[in-house]
Write a protein that binds this ligand. Sequence first.
Ligand code: NDP
Length: 493
Amino acid sequence: MSNPMLPEKILHYIGGKHLPSVDGATFEVAEPVTNRVYAQVAAGGPEDVDRAVEAATAAFETGPWPAMTARARARVLNRIADAIEARGEQIAAMETFDTGLPVTQARGQAARAAENFRFFADMAVTLHEDAFSSPAQLGYVLRKPRGVAGLITPWNTPFMLESWKLAPALAAGCTVVLKPAEWTPLSASLLPEIMAEAGVPDGVFNIVHGIGEVAGAALVMHPGAPLISFTGETTTGQTIMRSAATSLKGLSMELGGKSPCVIFADADLDLAVDSALFGVFSLNGERCTAGSRILAERTVYDSLVSRLGERAERIKVGDPSDPATEIGALVHPEHYDRVLSYVRLGVREGARLVTGGSRPAGLGAGNYLAATVFADVTPSMRIFQEEIFGPVVCVTPFDDEAEAVALANDTRYGLAAYLWTCDLRRAHRVAAAVEAGMTWVNSHNVRDLRTPFGGVKASGLGREGGQHSIDFYTESRIVHVALGDTHVPRFGA
Ligand code: NDP
């Protein structure tokens, strides 16, 4: 990386101050190309979370942020977007360094982060509240920010996912405590200066770094934070739901996926192949919406498997900071080993390894894995059922539409689905039958930020995006006002 501007220490940011942990605890963070430690990070504990929630509560209860006009808040959000855009290259370089994502894709994620703030700045000024009138009564809705929002985020596209929660929370007038993922704290360390430069008042935005089971758990249990927006693994989401029950928190859960990409024989197969490869191998395959199960109609199955294999073999794996790289280094050796264990499992389970499955020749110590294609995968195999979260795709044949739908739905997950067919009626039928929160027809993962984002089944609860995010960070209160003479039944008169 040319100029990573690496901090030696990454601290919490609480009430406008960079602070170490109360007990001085730290943890080490390494980057995935050499797996060398590059910084010490403050390891937050319950006391640090207490301080952050206190700062956020004070900013919410007595600070200017929730009371500002929506237009004033929107101006600040737009300035955050400006500050992100001005640092676009730096953010992309940091993200690439910390996560191993190819730099061209990290640039796209940085741009999308700025867009998230612009989008919710626009939403803030167009928000309106309902009124219900009758001759006797007027009911009007007050939409209030819900208070301190705890935001807990994963390591796969950290900066973008943090912005996807921060932007609507701030637009709604909430104050926040962010707990970034332990493996990738670097890009979040730019947020304090971005927020301060944009004019976000102290205490509105706070970060507590740390280990999920400690800092994350303390945030989830904290009675001062009525909301938790979580993105991460399904099992972590289940743990969080259990702990959050004691204080009846509002929860948004964006969880794992094992999404099908269903290719019918009548599809535009060139486009379908492009999309299927991009869908699973972009972002190193560490993508919640990855189309990691390709279901192919049997009449085109063999030719699709060989095309996918040939193209996957040519995917350039290597130094994530090289603009020609298509797959970089997986985030962490522990994750790398986990993905490799799935490759070995697939072979043991009897799937056909078409290509990949090992470190490409000539690459050094980093967590590199060649784009990996398994064919003849059956639903009883664990590689069909479990989220691998790496550059590994399973291909399975089907004979007819009913079987395609059954295979698509034969998983605990239900985040995304991709359908490729030129038969319009079939496209609508299958889109309705597939159990997925988001389905794309003849398209890859193109998002309109107004649309609901989220999964069904084990892929999540609630929706993010547009009005859905605003609804989460606000609550509606109704005020009923009598308009004419009030007739009240006279008990005890
Ligand atoms: P994890 O669930 O391991 O972690 C997510 C966050 O939760 C991290 O900050 C983590 O801290 C924290 N955490 C861990 N345990 C607890 C706990 N007990 N209480 C509170 N917080 C906790 O997910 P990953 O970081 O491994 O991310 C990959 C997963 O995220 C995949 O399953 C992927 O599908 C999913 N994901 C879903 C998306 C969606 O929109 N549906 C989008 C992107 C990813 P720490 O880092 O210390 O572990």
